[in-house]
Design a protein around this ligand. Structure first.
Ligand code: CAA
Ligand code: NAP
Length: 247
């Protein structure tokens, strides 16, 4: 096993935390991104240490801002080394039907969920290509694959993430860099807890497996795509949704 440097955006959220742990368990040094001034950063790091994750570090930066993303990558390079594995995981929701959705809610979701992936990847992709090895994994969504009532912004951003992956994959595969997306169904995190309970009950009832996904289940897939063994997988969008949408 070669030790790599991994960057997980939104790394202190529900899925992000599980991905950080998984990559650390694989022997990598992990930079967990959070927004600048995130009030729970120290508490999160202390929890990681308590759980025995010594090589997990905080990386502050607003990934929806190109300059902030670049400054964060440069700090990681100086403190840990060049980024070999990038998980574009940061995301938000601003759900409402289109007639009620504001331009601000459209832009916030496109910026945070889609533009962020380009902004961060732009700062690491050349280095990966020059070193001849790299992994980029985008956290897309079942709702980018099937579309979701109330999510014109989010569904567009998540579908866009995979278009980005397919294009970039072709540019870098001969340099040993793979670019893939994973598309989870509904996962037990704060994001899903924000859905109105009556709406959530109906959603869960519609999932063939009959339950939400656990963050660790998503992290296991990301961990595999980030490994050496996954070198022949690129431009793929892997569904992990309990049977909710079969493509
Ligand atoms: N398909 C068709 N019609 C629907 C519908 C659906 N999926 N959902 C609701 N409707 C209908 C309702 O039955 C209702 O009809 P009537 O007016 O005839 O009664 C009408 O649309 C309005 O529905 P709401 O009362 O729900 O409207 P609202 O404005 O109060 O709320 C909403 C709209 C915020 C979008 C709400 O419906 C909602 O939260 N939906 C869930 C959206 C969702 O799945 N978000 C996922 C967030 S987590 C995530 O995104 C992670 C991931 O990647 C999986
Ligand atoms: P979460 O717990 O809310 O995590 C999202 C993380 O992204 C949070 O830590 C958040 O920080 C961070 N973030 C938001 N904007 C940021 C920015 N501009 N810069 C840096 N970090 C930022 O939700 P989650 O469920 O783990 O979601 C992780 C990813 O999975 C998202 O892309 C989401 O769309 C996707 N996804 C989730 C589900 C699901 O059902 N949960 C399903 C499919 C895909 P703050 O908390 O400080 O805002």
């Amino acid at each position: 096993m070669t030790k790599r440097i991994a960057l997980v955006t939104g790394g202190m959220g529900g899925i992000g935390t599980a991905v950080c742990k998984r990559l650390a368990e694989a022997g990598h040094a992990v930079a967990a991104n959070c927004l600048p001034g995130y009030p729970k950063k120290d508490e999160w790091l202390a929890q990681m240490r308590r759980e025995g994750y010594a090589d997990v570090h905080a990386a502050e930066g607003d990934v929806a801002d190109f300059a902030s993303a670049g400054a964060m990558v440069r700090r990681i390079e100086a403190e840990l080394g060049p980024v070999d594995i990038l998980v574009n995981n940061a995301g938000i929701i601003r759900d409402s039907v289109m007639k009620k959705m504001s331009p601000e809610d459209w832009l916030a979701v496109i910026n945070t969920n889609l533009n962020s992936a380009w902004y961060v990847t732009k700062h690491v992709i050349e280095g990966m290509s020059e070193r001849g090895w790299g992994r980029v994994v985008n956290m897309s969504s079942v709702n980018g694959q099937k579309g979701q009532f109330g999510q014109t912004n989010y569904s567009a951003a998540k579908a866009g993430l995979h278009g980005f992956a397919k294009a970039l994959a072709q540019e870098v595969i001969r340099k040993g860099v793979t670019v893939n997306s994973v598309s989870p169904g509904y996962v037990e995190t704060d994001m899903v807890k924000a859905i109105r309970p009556d709406v959530l009950d109906k959603l869960v009832a519609s999932i063939p497996i009959g339950r939400l996904a656990k963050p660790a289940e998503i992290a296991a897939l990301v961990g595999f795509l980030a490994s050496d063994e996954a070198g022949y997988i690129t431009g793929a969008n892997i569904a992990i949704n309990g049977g909710m949408y079969m493509v």
